[in-house]
Design a protein around this ligand. Structure first.
Ligand code: AMP
Length: 461
């Protein structure tokens, strides 16, 4: 199937040709015809699958027709969990809509000045891309007219749920016409997302694309056991010296660590900078622009700040600290291996991280191979290696018996403890991400059987 077969407006096809896309990705093949036919759609698709074009192309196609209602408000509203993702969606709208006459795209994001946003909202808008919290503020001040809204897109709905935005999302949806077409994109379609969809979508078509396993196939996942922070720094230095490394994102657990590590790398002569939620929008944009233009080789980032970054030259992702959640591992390493390129994901783990690793492997259904660098071998060899993973759907007998809700493959069988994300975003009782056994958050549940040594298996290197 080609883009021409999708019956999109020729001006959109022309922009797609300019972008160099030849065939639609699986999510585009499945979602675009349903959306053009006017159906509501809920789709499981993550960044990297081409999901933005899957909803943006039909949205632009709609905008090529005259509005049914005369007003100045948006005809298409896209809600995203983070500012970075919102910016990418706005850029995609402009890229794919560049040959359509007068498409006005406006982004309304938290952390930006109100007066400018008020001005933007007082003018005619076609596509409004927004983070929920800030949009709610404007709605409550009566600054947005949704009379002619025809399409509502919930991008990364699972993340909005996790971040506690879902009440805001539902309030926003209720301020829009009931006749709207609604589409929901989420990494997983499960119980919690189903409930949101049941409230906001009308008999949606369900679309499921490539599993994480398939998506991660072009990324080589390596593991280095580390003794201590100085050992970690030495291995990091070794990895960063690799000539095949064009650009890298190094993930740290905290914003402070991101700053410290970025400063230290910069002092060692690397073109390195930090990206995290404590930076203001202008600083973040400046850093991202520098990364995109190749002016930075190493970005040291926290999870939320780096979500949605889509840069082809990122050849390596380095988990300086392992992520707290298995889903974040997938989001992190998905920053490399973009659009069919291959990538390398390096994770540092200590002797005590066996359970983290096992959960990540179960979640991805893939094994992370342990590597040693001559001269930089760990002093302390892991006594028991992680190795609970026996294939995504084939837990060992021990695991089957001991499996708890926290050890499941389903990322939404959870530990219902509220927390805040790396950007300090608020969380509500909708918090539903599964945490690792070592989670020390107050009130978090921990299952003795999964945290114990019951299914740590020695494995050959
Ligand atoms: P997304 O999943 O929307 O973040 O898109 C991931 C990347 O795939 C972006 O760099 C897009 O420009 C690119 N992309 C989207 N659709 C296609 C396509 N049909 N062919 C090639 N690349 C694409």
């Amino acid at each position: 199937m080609s883009f021409e077969d999708l019956n999109l407006n020729p001006a959109i096809i022309k922009a797609i040709n300019d972008a160099g896309y030849t065939i639609p990705t699986p999510i585009q093949k499945q979602a675009i015809p349903e959306l053009l036919a006017g159906h509501d759609v809920m789709a499981s698709a993550q960044t990297g699958t081409g999901k933005t074009a899957a909803f943006m192309l039909p949205a632009l196609h709609l905008l090529a027709t005259p509005p049914k209602v005369q007003s100045r408000g948006p005809r298409v509203l896209v809600l995203t969990p983070t500012r970075e993702l919102a910016i990418q969606v706005s850029e995609a709208a402009m890229k794919y809509g560049k040959y359509l006459p007068r498409i006005k795209v406006v982004s309304i994001l938290g952390g930006m000045p109100y007066p400018l946003q008020n001005k933007l909202l007082s003018q005619p808008v076609d596509i409004l891309v927004a983070t929920p919290g800030r949009l709610i503020d404007h709605i409550q001040r009566g600054r947005i007219d949704f009379k002619r809204l025809e399409m509502l897109v919930l991008d990364e709905a699972d993340r909005m749920l996790d971040m506690g935005f879902i009440d805001d999302v539902e309030s926003i949806a209720s301020a829009t016409p009931a006749t709207r077409q609604t589409m929901l994109f989420s990494a997983t379609l499960d119980g919690a997302i189903d409930k949101v969809a049941a409230r906001l979508l009308k008999t949606p078509k369900r679309i499921q694309v490539a599993s994480q396993k398939e998506r991660l196939e072009n990324i080589e996942q390596r593991l280095h056991y580390v003794d201590d922070i100085s050992h970690k720094n030495r291995i990091l230095n070794h990895v960063l010296r690799d000539e095949t490394l064009k650009q890298a994102i190094v993930f740290t657990a905290t914003k402070r660590d991101a700053d410290t590590l970025a400063d230290s790398l910069y002092a060692q002569g690397y073109a390195a900078a930090a990206l995290h939620g404590d930076m203001n929008q202008r600083e973040r944009n400046r850093t991202l622009t520098k990364l995109r233009s190749g002016g930075l080789r190493v970005l040291v980032a926290t999870d939320v700040a780096a979500r949605g970054i889509d840069i082809a030259d990122i050849t390596h992702v380095i988990n300086f600290d392992l992520p707290k959640f298995a889903e974040d591992y997938v989001h992190r390493i998905g920053r490399t291996g973009r659009a069919g390129a291959s990538g390398i994901a390096v994770s540092f783990a200590s002797n005590r991280d066996g359970m983290h690793l096992t959960k990540i492997e179960r979640y991805t259904g893939q094994r992370i191979t342990s590597h040693e660098i001559p001269g930089l071998e760990p002093r302390v060899k892991p006594r028991v290696q992680h190795g609970g993973f026996k294939g995504a759907n084939a837990p060992s007998v021990t695991q089957k018996r001991k499996r708890s809700p926290f050890a499941s493959n389903n990322p939404r069988q959870f530990n219902a403890t509220p927390s805040s994300d790396a950007n300090g975003n608020r969380n509500s009782g909708h918090q539903s991400r599964r945490s690792f056994g070592q989670d020390s958050r107050p009130g978090s549940h921990r299952n003795g059987s999964t945290a114990g040594s019951g299914h740590h298996f020695a494995r050959p290197k």
